[in-house]
Design a binder for this molecule. Structure first.
Ligand code: PGA
Length: 273
């Protein structure tokens, strides 16, 4: 594969890494019942409550979110929506849940444009609308971007650049400060640690995303937006993916549904940053 010359990207040196470090759990359509969700939540809560260096976010199924939130009085663990409606106002939208409803239910973050949503219906235009809805409701968006596959001509870079510039166009400075970007290559999602992106690829992509942000939105944006990596992050690769790469944490799928595994990932990030 003709690799773009990432070494020539000089953005990593002059631009400070945002100070914020985040590990977000995307439970997807799991677990099967509330009791198991509560058990998982409590197990993660214990560890998250004394980790000083990171913010831990759990994005449970919508149905569980409010009850988990009501039963939690701490401040270390945050809740996020896995998706929000493209519609902002309440109304005749069967099956939809608005950003405002999530905010009232206790969410402070929202995953926007996850590849599993994009595969179903979310175009770049829908992702942009959801991003704006999240911001208006006071939710911090975690915008997911990522290529289906890597080609030899670097087309996947253009693809990612387009996803980012479309989503972020015309946002105010203030709104930009709320954003989090998760790089989630589709070919690495839902597999195992040895099929995840390598630390080198993750680092390169983080530099590339910073370059896109700097070129299109200015350097201050680069230093305010935390970058996460997602795609088969497990306890065995978390430390190497964090160490020396320009990311600020992870968006974790399957490994976030195993208390021991997820705790190890939290510890790995907390120890490194
Ligand atoms: P995974 O999922 O960790 O199971 O690969 C990540 C994601 O889809 O957010």
């Amino acid at each position: 594969m003709n690799e773009p010359d990432f070494e020539k990207l000089d953005v990593s040196k002059p631009v400070a890494r945002p100070e914020e470090h985040i590990v977000a759990a995307n439970w997807k359509m799991n677990p099967a019942d509330y009791d198991e969700a509560k058990r998982l939540f409590d197990g993660i809560k214990k560890r998250a409550s004394y980790l000083r260096n990171i913010t831990t976010i759990i994005c449970p199924p919508t149905l569980y979110l409010q009850t988990l939130s009501n039963g939690y009085s701490g401040s270390k663990l945050k809740l996020g929506a896995q998706d929000i409606s493209v519609k902002q106002e309440t109304g005749s939208q069967t099956g939809e849940v608005s950003a405002g409803m999530f905010q009232t239910a206790g969410a402070t973050y929202a995953i926007i444009g996850h590849s599993e949503r994009r595969a179903l219906i979310d175009t770049d235009t829908i992702v942009k609308q959801k991003l704006e809805n999240a911001l208006s409701a006071g939710l911090r968006p975690i915008i997911c971007v990522g290529e289906h596959e890597r080609d030899n001509d670097g087309e996947y870079l253009t693809f990612i650049s387009r996803q980012i510039t479309h989503a972020l166009s015309n946002l105010s400075r203030q709104d930009m400060k709320q954003l989090i970007i998760a790089y989630e290559p589709l070919w690495a999602i839902g597999r195992s640690a040895d099929e995840a992106s390598s630390p080198r690829m993750v680092h390169q992509m983080a530099l590339y995303i910073k370059k896109v942000l700097a070129e299109h939105f200015g350097r201050p944006v680069v230093s305010s937006i935390p970058l996460l990596y997602g795609g088969s992050v497990e306890r065995s690769n978390a430390a190497e993916l964090m160490d020396g790469t320009a990311i600020n944490g992870f968006l974790v799928g399957h490994a976030s549904r195993d208390i021991e595994h997820f705790r190890d990932i939290l510890d790995a990030v907390n120890d490194i940053v």
